[in-house]
Design a binder for this molecule. Structure first.
Ligand SMILES: NC(=O)c1ccc[n+]([C@@H]2O[C@H](COP(=O)([O-])OP(=O)(O)OC[C@H]3O[C@@H](n4cnc5c(N)ncnc54)[C@H](OP(=O)(O)O)[C@@H]3O)[C@@H](O)[C@H]2O)c1
Length: 268
């Protein structure tokens, strides 16, 4: 397990403690982002559906790090509930310094074996929610000329792996562009492209760990710590681990038909 980077948080908009809003902090990568950011001195706005787990996390962070937490119970697939999170990001009296768009889920079955409504919800959580939350956050951040946005995408976004990879391809290209567009206005946008990571993601898809060769699994700690180190270094893209840096490079050049043969990895 790698240790947490120890960089100091940015100067907050209010002069008090900086504030980070993290979506999907009840498990996996989001939970670690929340813990690491709390350790760095951030107060947190925690957004997910499971109120019990959100409450347990806020208690833990308050006790361990003295964090002043806010909880927003919201299903980000629901447009009205998503709007409440957008409104929170737009509240210029209580500015958010860092947005981590992390919440997500995958679908085990192939595109045509899902209902179109399942596919729509999948698109909504992976694309619509981060796009709308980024839009809501950028207004106040560009006006203050200060802020950061970390979007959790995937190496899958570089490969033909069904609608999940198509959604993550949007996040990759959106982040690549937004980083260039908003850096001159004081906002750092970074896209994280993890490979297969041990979280609840595959369990929730009803996929076993044996659906992926053991050397391809990453620890969530490593993904989050490398991502935060890359963010500290001012990078706009983070591909945690050497093995996935190689896979990402190969994916950009290999024939799509060859890559498509591996689309069953992580879905069986
Ligand atoms: N694990 C991997 O192999 C892997 C690889 C590449 C990229 N990623 C990406 O990493 C991100 C985090 O996933 P993870 O691996 O940490 O998975 P995870 O352990 O399953 O965590 C997913 C989080 O998203 C939240 N969430 C799911 N649906 C939601 C909804 N409709 N509304 C609000 N929150 C919702 C969950 O909270 P509630 O259930 O409490 O709502 C949970 O906190 C995702 O964007 C995923 O695509 C994962």
């Amino acid at each position: 397990m790698s240790s947490a980077p120890s960089a100091t948080p940015p100067t907050p908009a209010t002069g008090g403690r900086p504030v980070a809003l993290v979506t999907g902090p009840t498990s996996g990568l989001g939970r670690l982002f929340a813990q690491r950011l709390a350790a760095r001195g951030y107060d947190l706005v925690l957004v997910a559906r499971d109120e019990t787990r959100l409450k347990a996390l806020t208690d833990e962070l308050a006790t361990t790090y003295g964090v002043d937490n806010e909880v927003l119970v919201a299903d980000l697939v629901d447009r009205d509930q998503l709007k409440r999170v957008e409104d929170r990001l737009g509240d210029e009296e209580h500015p958010v310094d860092l947005l981590v768009n992390n919440a997500g889920f995958g679908l085990k079955r192939r595109f045509l074996n899902n209902t179109v409504e399942q596919e729509q919800a999948h698109l909504d959580i992976l694309v619509t929610a981060p796009m709308r939350l980024t839009h809501a956050a950028l207004g106040p951040m560009t006006r203050r000329h200060s802020g950061g946005i970390i979007n959790i995408s995937s190496v899958a976004g570089l490969q033909p792996r069904g609608s999940y990879s198509a959604a993550k391809a949007y996040v990759n290209r959106f982040g690549e562009w937004a980083a260039l567009e908003y850096a001159p206005q004081g906002v750092q946008v970074m896209t994280v492209l993890p490979g297969f990571t041990r979280t609840e993601f595959h369990e929730r898809m009803d996929v076993g760990r044996d659906a992926v060769p053991a050397p391809l699994w990453l620890d969530a700690e490593r993904v989050v710590d490398e991502a935060l180190a890359d963010f500290d270094a001012g990078r706009t893209r983070s591909v945690p681990s050497k093995r996935y840096k190689v896979i990402a490079a190969v994916s950009r050049h290999a024939p799509p038909r060859l890559l498509q043969r591996f689309q069953g990895l992580g879905r069986k």
